[in-house]
Design a protein around this ligand. Structure first.
Ligand code: UT7
Length: 333
């Protein structure tokens, strides 16, 4: 017999509320094409992006996170004091330490909730939802606040043809808590470190400091190999997430893939043979690619516009730098 006990949590976990924050600066393609010798037509054809949102200096990672979280808490009908863990998925909080999560937890008014950041790039939100679900079911936490937040405009080179038109800013939040029935299905996740260099921060900070002419390290992406990988490999991961949750494609109502490129979204929907009636998130057209924030932002828009209804079955699938990916079926709150 062991001399101590392990924790026990709720039978199931679910997303209880969703919230989003879209920064105030709307940047149409016309405003960025000159610096990259591109055109509105090319950007729309290749990526589906018409405009993106970039944050003002005041719209910090913390501010956007707090605003999105307050909306998620209101949607869930919970008070910040009921949150006992905050997980922030981001790659654009500019301090190596401490995690921005502790400042967010404090500003929200949690009672010293556990708080930490995770780094899984565009797949961060789905990683964090999976962790939150496990925490709730294992009894490590009762209500977990999951935040996906980015200010990619800080680390995007506006003169880089391969990335300047894609990346954007925003925050999305979800409250994960106990449920009588399954609301978050088993995660299917993984990584392919052989493709580590395809999307990455260009320079190591030590090289920046050693340089005679230091520049901010920016994101760099070999877009086409990532495009091919995402279009073909990710549909299989989505199918596995459906299979592991025991959900047939005919029972699916909503598809919320990472908003990386409209052509990737269409390719995945075709490969998975999604029925016509499944509503598909297409937030990228107005919002750009916001990495860890893209899935909660897209789901929030679908809920607001009546495309996703409470109780709907949704498939989330996220992928990006690492390369890292994660997918799960969830019930729309
Ligand atoms: O969020 C994390 C995960 N990220 C992704 O999933 C992004 C995946 N990748 C993509 O979305 C796409 O690769 C891009 C939208 C970035 C690029 O589209 P593509 O169809 O892969 O274009 P490409 O890089 O193969 O370039 C095609 C052509 C080239 O010209 P040639 O060689 O065919 O004459 C490029 O020089 O388009 C040219 N090009 C551009 N033209 C105008 C490349 N960038 C631009 C540009 N404007 N910005």
């Amino acid at each position: 017999m062991s001399p101590f006990q392990s924790s026990q949590g709720a039978p199931h976990a679910a997303i209880l509320g969703i919230g989003a924050y879209r920064p105030s600066r709307v940047i149409p393609n016309a405003d960025i094409v000159a610096a990259i010798d591109s055109s509105d037509e090319w950007i729309q054809q290749r990526s589906g992006i018409k405009q993106r949102r970039w944050a003002t200096p005041e719209e910090t990672v913390q501010l956007m996170s707090v605003e999105a979280s307050r909306k998620a808490l209101a949607h869930a009908g919970l008070d910040a004091r009921q949150i006992d863990c905050v997980v922030v998925a981001t790659v654009s909080h500019m301090l190596q330490t401490p995690a921005i999560a502790t400042a967010i937890a404090h500003e929200l008014g949690t009672e010293q909730a556990a708080a930490f950041d995770i780094s899984a790039a565009c797949a961060g939100f789905c990683h964090a939802v999976s962790m939150a679900s496990d925490f709730v079911r294992a009894g490590s936490a009762r209500h977990v606040l999951v935040i996906g937040v980015e200010r990619l405009s800080d680390i995007t080179d506006v003169g880089d043809r391969g990335t300047a038109f894609i990346f954007a800013d925003g925050a999305g939040a979800a409250v994960v808590g106990p449920s009588e029935t399954p609301g978050i299905g088993p995660v299917v996740w993984g990584s392919d470190g052989e493709q580590y260099d395809l999307i990455r921060q260009r320079e190591d900070w030590r090289d920046v400091v050693a340089s005679k002419d230091p520049v901010m390290p920016h994101l760099t992406m070999q877009g086409n190999p990532v495009f091919r990988w995402a279009s073909f490999a990710m549909a299989k991961i989505g199918q596995q997430a459906l299979d592991r949750a025991g959900v047939s494609i005919d029972d699916l109502d909503v598809f919320v893939p990472h908003q990386a490129n409209m052509r990737i979204i269409d390719a995945m929907a075709r490969s998975m043979k999604l029925p016509e009636r499944v509503r598909i998130a297409r937030d990228i057209a107005e919002q750009g690619n916001t990495s860890a924030a893209s899935i909660p932002l897209a789901l929030d828009r679908m809920i607001a516009e009546g495309e996703a209804r409470s109780g709907d079955t949704a498939l989330l699938i996220a992928f990006g730098a690492g390369l890292a990916y994660a997918a799960q079926v969830v019930t729309v709150p």
